[in-house]
Design a protein around this ligand. Structure first.
Ligand code: NCD
Ligand code: ZN
Length: 356
């Protein structure tokens, strides 16, 4: 048995409000605990999107009643909510600001760079800005970090050109950090037929699965990658198999076993994982330590990933049938056993808003 600190996932979609048939604060934080994650940062691309005091209060009310692990909620950057200086308490109540600068699911996309400017100007420097940006829009986000002289965290990088540009930006002192998702480390475009089972929508995710050369470049430049994040983006299997499949993969329950399998193969060290799932996210997102919190993992337990055994409402996983080694046995969160041997043992509402 190995004992790890509680893991932090800075990028999850809990679908609350507006799409709780896919997931909600209860099911999503249960999946987190089952995956060894004790603190999640929830994205704002909900219905309605979370972009002001009223919508933040709306989601935080549900979270307070339902969450089983600790959490914070992102605000979203919209076309006309960049006057953050006029609402000083609002950013402090959030996980950070999420900016959608590229193809995504939901309504929070900012195409025109003049819409980015007030956010970069007015969002407090002590709180993170997270950019969903790909390729050239990522280069633009890094340029904004340099121009406005403030930190920017790039969500889910997937391409060789992206990791190389972030490396170069870091070498020049630009305040940029980044995260990578397990599906971009362990899957390529070539895996889409196997994931799809005849339903091509199941292979849809943003950013798209990339080439083997891209995946190799991520592994070759692990030192550039600050965090591992799931981008847990549940959509039901019926939605994924429909004519208009939304992009997104669930990931909270599979991140640790996949990474531990890579540790077992010598591709990573356990310390590489903990730096990227505890130390760095805590620093980048300015998160408190969780006292009396740990995860017990049976590193020798081999098993097969099965969506049917998961707490997620979405009913599928792109890693169905994968054989992994390393199972979360027990999670203790702030002194209470929150998960043990497949059972969630804390009630909805036990989870704490770490920004409250
Ligand atoms: C995300 C979702 O479903 O909310 N989908 C995805 O493919 N990653 C949206 C996003 O993060 O762009
Ligand atoms: Zn996302």
């Amino acid at each position: 048995m190995i004992r790890l600190p509680g893991l932090i996932d800075p990028h999850v979609h809990l679908r609350e409000p507006g799409a709780t048939h896919k997931e909600d604060y209860d099911s999503g934080t249960s999946v987190a605990l089952a995956g060894g994650v004790t603190l999640v940062l929830a994205m704002p691309n909900t219905k309605p999107p979370i972009f002001d005091a009223a919508t933040l209060d709306l989601v935080l009310d549900s979270a307070k009643a339902k969450a089983r692990c600790d959490y914070a909620q992102f605000l979203g950057a919209g076309p006309d909510n960049g006057d953050w200086a006029n609402h000083p308490s609002l950013p402090e109540r959030s996980a950070g600001l999420k900016m959608y600068l590229d193809s995504t699911f939901g309504q929070l996309r900012l195409d025109d760079m003049s819409l980015w400017m007030p956010h970069f100007q007015n969002w407090p420097r002590s709180l993170p800005i997270v950019a969903h940006s790909e390729s050239r829009s990522m280069a633009a986000a890094i340029l904004f970090a340099a121009i406005y002289d403030r930190p920017v965290h790039i969500a889910h990088i997937s391409l060789k050109e992206e990791v190389l540009l972030i490396k170069a930006a870091k070498e020049r002192g630009i305040q940029v950090t980044c995260e990578v998702c397990p599906h971009h480390l362990f899957l390529t475009q070539g895996d889409i037929p196997a994931i799809s089972h005849g339903h091509p929508g199941r292979g849809e995710v943003r950013p798209r699965l990339a080439t083997q050369a891209d995946v190799d470049a991520l592994w070759a430049n692990l030192d550039v990658i600050d965090c591992f994040a799931t981008d847990h983006a549940p959509h039901t299997i019926e939605e994924k198999d429909s004519d208009n499949p939304p992009p997104g993969f669930p990931g909270l329950e599979t991140i640790l076993p996949l990474l531990l399998a890579a540790v077992g193969e010598g591709r990573l060290t356990l310390d590489d994982v903990l730096v990227r799932m505890v130390t760095n996210p805590r620093r980048i997102f300015n998160l408190p330590e969780q006292p009396e919190t740990w995860v017990e993992v049976d590193e020798d337990a081999a098993y097969e990933i099965k969506a049917a055994e998961s707490f997620t409402r979405c009913g599928w996983t792109p890693f169905e049938g994968w054989k992994v080694k390393g199972r979360v046995r027990k999670v203790v969160l702030r002194g209470r056993t929150a998960f043990e041997d497949g059972k969630i043992l804390v009630e909805p509402g036990y989870g704490k808003n770490i920004r409250a």
